[in-house]
Design a protein around this ligand. Sequence first.
Ligand code: CAO
Length: 483
Amino acid sequence: MAKAKKKAKAKAKAAAKKPARKVVKLAARKPAKKAAAKKANGNGASLPRPSNKPYGQAGKALDGVRILDFTHVQSGPTCTQLLAWFGADVIKVERPGVGDITRGQLVDVKGADSLYFTMLNHNKRSITIDSKHPQGKRVLNELIKKCDVLVENFAPGALDRMGLTWEHINKLNPRMIVASVKGFGPGPYEDCKVYENVAQCAGGSASTTGFRDGPPLVTGAQIGDSGTGLHLALGIVAALYQRNRTGRGQKVLCAMQDGVLNLARVKLRDQQRLQHGPLTEYSQYGEGIPFHDTVPRAGNDSGGGQPGWILKCKGAPEDPNAYIYFITQAPVWGAICDLIGEPAWKTDPEYATPRARLPKLKKIFARIEEWTMTKSKFEVMEICNKVDIPVGPILSMKEIAEEESLRKTGTVVEVDHPKRGKYLTVGNPIKMSDSISEVKRSPLLGEHTDEILSDVLGFKAAEVAEIKNSGALSAPAKEEKAA
Ligand code: CAO
């Protein structure tokens, strides 16, 4: 042990002395003092001295990172929006005249970008480029040289068909990370186009969602699109971190099927448990309904070891959201019995233990519901939380939109847009104490084309004019379109 420590120390000393090019490069700007600061960092990494600036005033986590954002619809834009919130300069490349297809989908305000688009593209800049036009390719090649990450979620093969193969990109910029969302990973379905619900079905979510005696169900939460975008963002940040060490980029791939399965992993857990007996926490066990060889739909059963169900509150069913999720967590069983007026259940051997209760869950929840129906969901929440019973009111989107506490934390934000006026959006759900998120409106189509050409790419006025005149950045004329 001591020997190994000595060896490591000697190695570290040698490395510190070694005038290796890479070390010199990293330390070159601030020499002697920096080396001392490095030692102070626990994990030995070459971190700078801790900033003296107050928290929240030392820039953002991804300041200095530039993203070439080739994403569209939802999965990719979710990813790049997160990176933009963390401070990356996200340059969204859009097809001239059309842009991201969502700009014109589910339009609610005539003449304005849809909420579908605005709510997925905050804090980004937009440039229009026809990626198949020779001058468009020229601009893209320059962007590749100037960016750290290219993110795309085109149909399989589309990026290659534009000429932007990994080999081409890697040759232009070996440090570039190329991050993609695809529907499926390598395998029989790799060439398929995929939307949200396809992924929910192929990732195991739909077969395990819904009621046992009903069809499979998709969920309203966009676990295929937004869920995969989240996964991709993590992959990108990890690749950026690795690049600090290796100096080179890499490909990052998130398949939507994989992303959904990752979120549905407890169901793959249950699939394997089935080989060893019934799933006792599923209410069908208590009802004496046999299990087959695959995980059944579990309705509103809770996924963990603590039985739960959705119960009516005062106002249901006329009010479609007057419900509460109620968990009969074992340690608070006594409190539940007292609340619902069944104190004898605390000691009755038929009810006193979780095992004894399993076959009677339906009856128990029906009794609890008699009590919850006498109260509003918020009253149940207040009463139960006082005695540590975990419950969750079924909040409507209207209630969430009006919830003051979510406004205060920046989770729900009001944004002003020049064409649509004020609208609500979901802000960055990841809160950091030193990288503060501000939500800026989404860009208009091609709003930043000029500034990107000149400021980011350094094209001279004559070059900008040449590129523009070529038609690479604008939509074809109307009469051509009609022809
Ligand atoms: N200039 C010129 N051409 C452009 C362009 C630009 N700036 N941007 C896109 N295009 C072209 C592409 O090159 C492609 O052309 P080819 O098919 O000739 O190569 C074409 O536009 C269409 O791209 P696409 O196939 O990606 O788009 P689609 O609307 O047909 O399919 C989608 C959409 C989402 C099904 C598909 O992109 C896909 O499967 N993506 C991967 C999975 C994914 O992210 N799905 C989630 C979407 S969110 O619900």
